[in-house]
Design a protein around this ligand. Structure first.
Ligand code: SF4
Length: 328
């Protein structure tokens, strides 16, 4: 590991003013410390944000929930308001990592965790995300866990989070503060596709700090389901995951949300797939049609083409579970 300096401010403005281009904010450190030990990132300064006033889960005036960036994944998943009003989010968080990691990992850090592409973590290989312009060995190498949607010539990595898939489906909003002040980013605009700049995972600018994530009032509590398909029953990243949420009027769908994990550089949503469900009878025909729209343009590589069919079946299964109102 390379030498670095360490600061532990107690005010948000102090933390932001300390930030330099080669700084990193650190909270639970469950991903960043691994990246530093593997020589993937080499910050000159760590700014420990754990003393900042970014804790707490509060109801908003609009009936939603504001989640402080430092709330641990465990505290969020088991919070009574989340269990009652946002079971989709609780299920997604509990499908991720291990209990020990969830105790350390923060809400803000979960959004910022980096891909688990094998080559990204191996600093002896080329990787456009780690060292821009060096190439993408995953395209012709081992790519079983890689993207089937939204990938580019430069990078075919996927975002690894479960929590973010549920937050995308729930239309969360990310609150950030930086040198230019405060702003809010719609969750679907927070992460980005790799394009020609795979080194950038998200649309934060230098020094911006996530302060909170806000959920709208509607949590689709009666009809939602998170389905994660993976190689092991626990402590494994998703090959494909689905956050499905429906509002039903009798047997007819009046609102729908579907987000996919494990298939793209960001949680994958397509408004046309959700619109196609509205007004339809909740059942296989509508769910299969929505899956077709959501997966339009999907293409795989040597080892991961199976994910396209897997995703189609997972979408139908998750929507079926959501319609029944049962957890998978
Ligand atoms: Fe690097 Fe992305 Fe290629 Fe993986 S898929 S080797 S992260 S450029």
């Amino acid at each position: 590991m390379n030498p670095f300096s360490y600061a532990r401010p107690t005010r948000i403005d102090e933390a932001i003013s300390l930030f330099q281009p080669d700084s990193r904010y650190i909270a639970g450190g469950t991903n960043l410390l691994d990246l530093m030990k593997e020589n993937v990132v080499r910050p000159a300064q760590l700014i420990d944000i754990t003393r900042l006033p970014l804790q707490g889960i509060e109801e908003t005036a609009e009936g939603g929930l504001r989640i402080g960036a430092l709330v641990s994944n465990s505290d969020l998943a088991w919070h009574p308001l989340v269990e009652r009003h946002y079971p989709l989010l609780a299920q997604a968080i509990l499908a991720g990592a291990s209990a020990q990691l969830r105790n350390m990992a923060s809400t803000g850090g979960n959004l910022l965790q980096r891909t688990r592409c094998y080559y990204f973590y191996d600093s002896t290989t080329a990787c456009n995300k780690r060292e821009p312009g060096t190439g993408c060995p995953a395209r012709s190498g081992l790519n079983r866990i890689h993207a089937i949607l939204g990938h580019s010539d430069a990078c075919i990595a996927v975002h690894p989070s479960d929590m973010c898939v549920a937050m995308a489906a729930l239309d969360a909003v990310v609150h950030v503060q930086g040198p230019q002040g405060e702003r809010q980013i719609a969750f679907n605009d927070f992460h980005r596709l790799p394009g020609e700049k795979p080194e950038r995972d998200n649309n934060l600018t230098d020094g911006e700090l996530i302060t909170a994530v806000e959920l709208p009032a509607s949590g689709f509590a009666e009809h939602s389901a998170y389905l994660k398909v993976r190689d092991r029953a626990s402590y494994a990243f998703a090959l494909v995951s689905v956050a499905a949420a429906l509002k039903l009027d009798g047997g007819t769908i009046s609102a729908a949300r579907i987000a996919l994990g494990g298939v793209a550089h960001k949680p994958w949503r397509r408004a046309e797939a959700e619109a196609a469900l509205v007004g339809q009878s909740a059942g296989d025909a509508a769910f299969n049609a929505a899956a077709d729209v959501l997966l339009q343009g999907a293409s795989g590589f040597e080892h991961n083409t199976f994910k396209i069919d897997l995703a189609r079946r997972a979408i139908v299964r998750a929507l079926t579970d959501a319609a029944k109102g049962v957890a998978p």
